[in-house]
Design a protein around this ligand. Structure first.
Ligand code: HEM
Length: 429
């Protein structure tokens, strides 16, 4: 896909939802213009959000579009803070803090403490132990559709693996997976009409989804206190570092952060992966010719290509100069990972989908720093297993229509993607 510069610099408004509904090539064209002509452009915050609870009107933000700036900011959390007003574009009002101000919106020393607690439970050894499970679930997901010859790739394939794995990790029973799917869609999409309950205001629906997941956590948590298991929720409830354990509110927001972060992002990457393979049959051929050898680089290229999380925010704690631009205490900066991942200063031929790209210093999981994605290892494993299985069992699978995209400036989501393939018997049949 080549970028199309249909907007001039003055016409680009990243705060306008309309911008995010433009075709991908136009969006890419706009970010290319920003990188070239004003890589740290200032934007007013959206003013037209009709909200039943008061939202603070913020000072606007700088859109950081270069790989070097996103890297620099992520590396200096003492200057570019996550806990000052959260990592959302608009500061979180108090009603939302309880559910949504998880570890991702904290700074040291609190962040280090929370990350230590969760990392204990969420380490490569634990992920290793679920590798077999990822393989089994991926097989089951493909079994469900393999005889059909066509399906909705997002809801029936891409969503099913990460949802099942994260729910199992957290100890969410199967009967509640659908609820987690619905609530995490609501929380991360924040406004796409498809996910909104009839007649409900998006912000109230967002809060209700947070409350619903908290209730679920309370029920599972109470059970785990009585009967600990080896799931993540048990580990979090019983974690105790230097005599400290998680407070009730911390536990609730952790639960919500893990369920939402572990779900929609990986689903988005898998869906973009199929779309990219459909549009680039020559890259599929390269991958299939050496499935084992190419899978690791292909999966990272899918994450770069998809950039499932479009941005995260930081707030400047002290006056500082960033690449020649003066920033002042209280200024907001948005780290546009999607743009950093197409930065022509870093990536050769950035608009080429190249399954063998190496090196590939993409920032899809964030840049190096304390907030780097906790689930990167898990997500890579899920993507590797899923594509290895798909390309082995349904090798001609392809999308049959354009993706139906999520209306969001935050997640580069795909809601539906019809696909077809030569039907095969399920392996378990
Ligand atoms: C392809 C899939 C994924 C992508 C693209 C992705 C992307 C990201 C990004 C961009 C960040 C922010 C980094 C920063 O602010 O510096 C992040 C943080 C995080 N991610 Fe992921 N993620 C994915 C999968 C997962 C999974 C499977 C989980 C796990 C359960 C997860 C859990 C988290 C958590 C807990 C944080 C916050 C870490 C912190 O603040 O210390 N993510 N992710």
């Amino acid at each position: 896909m080549e970028p199309r510069a249909v907007l001039s610099l003055d016409e680009i408004d990243l705060s306008d939802l309309g911008f995010w509904l433009r075709p991908w090539d136009e969006r890419e064209g706009a970010f290319q213009t920003l990188r070239r002509e004003n890589p740290r452009a200032f934007f007013e915050e959206p003013t037209d959000i009709d909200s039943p609870i008061p939202l603070p009107h913020g000072p606007g933000y700088r859109a950081l579009t270069l790989h070097a700036d996103v890297t620099e900011v992520s590396r200096h959390p003492e200057i570019y803070r996550s806990g000052q007003g959260a990592v959302s574009m608009i500061d979180l009002p108090p009603e939302m803090v309880e559910y949504f101000a998880g570890m991702i919106s904290t700074d040291n020393p609190r962040h280090a403490r929370l990350r230590r607690i969760v990392s204990q439970a969420f380490n490569p050894r634990m992920i290793k132990s679920i590798e077999d499970r990822i393989q089994t679930v991926a097989d089951e997901v493909i079994d469900q559709v393999s005889g059909m010859g066509e399906c909705d790739f997002v809801t029936e394939v891409a969503a099913a693996l990460p949802l099942t794995i994260i729910c199992e990790l957290m100890g969410v029973p199967k009967s509640e997976h659908e609820r987690v799917f619905r609530c995490s869609n609501l929380i991360l999409s924040m406004g796409d009409p498809e996910y909104m309950p009839e007649g409900e205001h998006p912000i109230m629906a967002f809060l209700a989804a947070g409350a619903e997941l908290t209730e679920l956590m309370q029920a599972i948590g109470a059970e785990r206190i009585e009967h600990p298991t080896d799931d993540l929720t048990s580990a979090l409830i019983n974690s105790n570092i230097d005599g400290e354990s998680l407070t009730h509110a911390e536990l609730a927001s952790f639960f919500i952060l893990l369920l939402t972060a572990g779900n929609e992002t990986t689903r988005t990457a898998i869906a973009h992966g199929l779309w990219a393979l459909t549009e680039h049959p020559e890259e599929r051929a390269v991958w299939m010719a050496d499935l084992e050898g190419v899978t690791p680089t292909a999966v990272d290229e899918i994450v770069r290509w998809a950039s499932p999380v479009i941005w995260m925010r930081r707030t400047v704690a002290e006056d500082i100069v960033l690449a020649g631009d003066d920033l002042h205490a209280g200024d907001k900066v948005l780290l546009f990972y999607n743009s950093a991942n197409r930065d022509e200063r870093v990536f050769e031929d950035p608009f080429r989908f190249d399954v063998r790209r190496h090196p590939n210093p993409h920032l899809g999981f964030g840049a190096a720093g304390p907030h780097f994605c906790l689930g990167a290892h898990l997500a890579r494993e899920e993507l590797q297993v899923m594509f290895r299985e798909l390309l082995t069992r349904l090798p001609d699978i392809e999308a049959t229509a354009e993706p139906d995209r999520l209306q969001s400036n935050f997640i580069n989501g795909i809601k539906h993607l019809p696909c077809r393939f030569t039907p095969k018997k399920p392996v378990s049949a």
